[in-house]
Design a protein around this ligand. Structure first.
Ligand SMILES: Cc1ncc(COP(=O)(O)O)c(C=O)c1O
Length: 431
């Protein structure tokens, strides 16, 4: 059997959509078993911050493997303490306590527990089109109804008490308004939702500062300041899920820094370790963290492994030394400009959105193509032409968005190559 045949025969095919077997990677490129080269503009779900095969990071991991790998969260290690200190240094002021996890999902799960514990229960409000992970609480907060929520069997596993408000999605405004003159109806709706669901008994509002998987939805200016004020007014904790947007992906260390809004709890993962080993973190205000320290109702065997901490520490060291957050901002702006150029050329591109190296293009159909068919064809053509992206395409949510979150090491030349492939692929898909 070939690798692909074996994989199909034995593996539960939850996510697999593409018949490609990858064998190795270096920098911005990945190679399949036939030796074909792919430019990775997905960053493998945005985790691969330093690109593939970073030798300095690999060396640090090898050294750590030989030194010490398995230490449960019961004990302190030099690596864990150093990473805790570093995380507090790089995060917004006011977040002074940290806890580590394995994945974005379990870190969100912990954030939700923290909020419920600290607030003594209460509803959790999130947004439609937001994504927070695959474990029960994180999935319940996720606002994509065709996923777990709509599966009659699995949905029984979801906890109650999660409510989804209207997303700040200007391109598909739920209120039919235009940006700039909308009076932030989505914010007003959020307040109504909060009042309806318990007012000052709400536990938390959780959201991504930019909705990545939902189609790179960048909320309008003032939205997050308004949400912060509402949370303060009703005593709810504000949780920012920066699992994708954190660690430089949007051109700031954390995307919430763009609007100067500090959450009560911040969650990060994926790019924290550059994806070389699994790892995530939650940061919170001191009094919240100290209240949590008094109970032990959360922890995973691998949560604080020194190997994870070492990977994150080395990753952050390289990011800071090489100015990669700034590179994400500057190269991201260049990518944005080039994508706007494509929008001028192709009328099926209706919107280009994003910050730093998190960018998305919203696709609409034309007289000869349904947008969902076009989106799928475009994604596959780009892949065939050697460009890895992600496709957000959901009929019930009505949007088709090509999502890109390449590594922070992306250069202008990489952008030129990617945009050339998108251009060529669009040309062959549009009849
Ligand atoms: C915003 C966001 N939060 C949480 C998660 C879950 O992270 P993980 O897949 O590491 O559990 C994801 C995964 O894509 C995500 O995009």
């Amino acid at each position: 059997m070939t690798t692909l045949e074996k994989d199909k025969q034995y593996l539960i095919q939850c996510y697999t959509t593409d018949d490609i077997v990858f064998t190795n990677g270096k920098g911005m490129y990945m190679y399949d078993e036939g030796g074909k080269k792919y430019l990775d503009f997905s960053g493998q779900f945005s985790a691969c911050t330093l690109g593939h095969g970073n030798e300095e990071l690999i060396e640090a991991l090898k050294e750590q493997l030989e030194k010490l790998v398995s230490v449960t969260s019961c004990f302190a290690t030099e690596e864990r303490a150093a990473l805790a200190e570093k995380m507090i240094e790089i995060s917004p002021d006011g977040l002074d306590k940290v806890m580590f996890g394995c994945t974005g999902s379990d870190a969100n799960e912990f954030a939700l527990k923290v909020a419920k514990y600290y607030r003594g229960g209460g509803r959790v409000i999130s947004f439609r089109r937001g994504f927070h992970g695959s474990t029960a609480g994180a999935a319940a907060a996720t606002g994509k109804s065709e996923m777990i929520q709509e599966n009659s069997g699995i949905s029984e596993l979801l906890p109650r008490g999660f409510v989804h408000s209207a997303p700040p999605y200007c391109y598909h405004c739920d209120f039919g308004k235009e940006p700039g003159t909308c009076g932030l109806q989505c914010l007003k709706y959020l307040e109504q939702t909060m009042l309806h669901e318990g007012g000052d008994r709400i536990a938390a509002v959780i959201s991504e500062p930019i909705f990545a998987a939902g189609g790179v939805i960048v909320p309008p200016k003032g939205f997050w300041k308004g949400v912060r004020e509402l949370c303060d007014k009703y005593g709810a904790l504000l949780i920012f899920d920066e699992v994708v947007t954190g660690i430089g992906q949007t051109g700031a260390m954390f995307a919430c820094q763009y609007e100067g809004v500090t959450p009560d709890i911040l969650v990060t993962g994926k790019g924290l370790t550059s994806g070389y080993v699994p790892g995530s973190a939650i940061l919170c205000r001191k009094e919240i963290g100290e209240a949590m320290g008094k109970i032990s109702l959360h922890g995973h065997t691998h949560s604080c492994y020194p190997l994870t901490c070492r990977s994150a520490l080395k990753n952050i060291e390289i990011i800071e030394r090489e100015n990669l957050v700034e590179n994400s901002r500057v190269t991201g702006e260049y990518l944005h400009e080039k994508l706007l150029g494509l929008k001028e050329k192709y009328d099926v591109i209706k919107d280009v959105r994003g910050r730093g190296l998190l960018q998305g293009i919203e696709i609409e159909g034309n007289s000869s193509a349904d947008k969902f068919v076009l989106g799928q064809e475009l994604y596959e053509t780009m892949l065939g032409n050697g460009l890895i992206t992600e496709l957000e395409s959901r009929k019930n949510l009505e949007n088709v968005v090509v999502v890109m979150h390449p590594a922070l090491i992306t250069t202008r030349e990489n952008v030129d190559e990617a945009v050339e492939i998108i251009d060529k692929s669009l040309q062959s898909c549009i009849k």
